[in-house]
Design a protein around this ligand. Sequence first.
Ligand SMILES: [Zn+2]
Length: 344
Amino acid sequence: MKIYSHENQKLHKPKSFYSRGKIHQPQEKPERLTALLRAPEAMGLNVIDAKEIGIDPILAVHDFGYVEFLKNGYDEWIALEDEVGEEVQTSIYMPHNNFGLGILAKAAKYQADGSAPIGKYTWTSIYWSAQTALNAADALLKEGEPSNKVQICLTRPAGHHARKSAAGGFCYLNNAAIIAEYLKPKFKKIAIIDTDMHHGQGIQEIFYNRKDVLYASVHGSPINFYPIVSGHEHEKGEGEGYGYNNNFPMPHGTDEDGFFNYVDKAIDKVKLFNPDVVIHVLGFDVYKDDPQAKCNVSTNGFFRLSKKLKALNKPIIILVEGGYCIEKLNENLQAFISGFTLDE
Ligand SMILES: [Zn+2]
């Protein structure tokens, strides 16, 4: 097993997020990564410092104008003569029919909701979050593909809500999509299994017309729950991608066994697809005490989850994404890692 991270991911410190008519204290904080890093330390596992792979794999997925906005938008924002907040945060949502003339128009074009503000160091952290994920993909490209190869990326901020040209849901760059695309020259069939509490609408959007990347997501029903407007069962893909997008929305309040019933359905799709490599979007926000949880997964549930993934016997890259019960992230990540490392 290899584990990757990078300290620059801690620099992004959002001040607030706006949701449901209220301004909230940030949940996606640097302390999350500090807590996650305690798990490998406690288990005596080495964490590899991610090296820079570059921006090209990011631009292979995201629009140039969007990436340029993420990188330079903060400087343009604070240069406004009018009084502005400390972070780029739009109050106008206009992805289409918008020429992006001026930073306010760009923010209206590229921010999909009120939960992806851009501060001074946001670009540095999201860039290194993507680089952290890319290190695992790069290792698979260069080192071959032993069937039991397990790589865990402690990534922050997360990525699965990021669309081709829009930030939202605490996400800016879609790490799962970026590494899937990066792996394509060598791996023809890629499965992304997403067990975060929320539907990864960014991944769905990016691969909706494709059959070379299967998406299977278990998440809370999106009815009145983020991302609100996608994640339903009837969203199955389009064109040759029809059938390769699989959503398993859980009724709110689903218990742990119920969660695993849905996970098993998602895994069945992955098995049928028989991918060359699996990418797992791991959200610890399904944990019963997480402020975002709409289901009841225990710490032992993460051990159950990784044992199921191990049984796939495929090269797998795990991207740690959601999870906001900071005091339990260490314990829950240790439980997850144990499912791969302990023999039973
Ligand atoms: Zn989530």
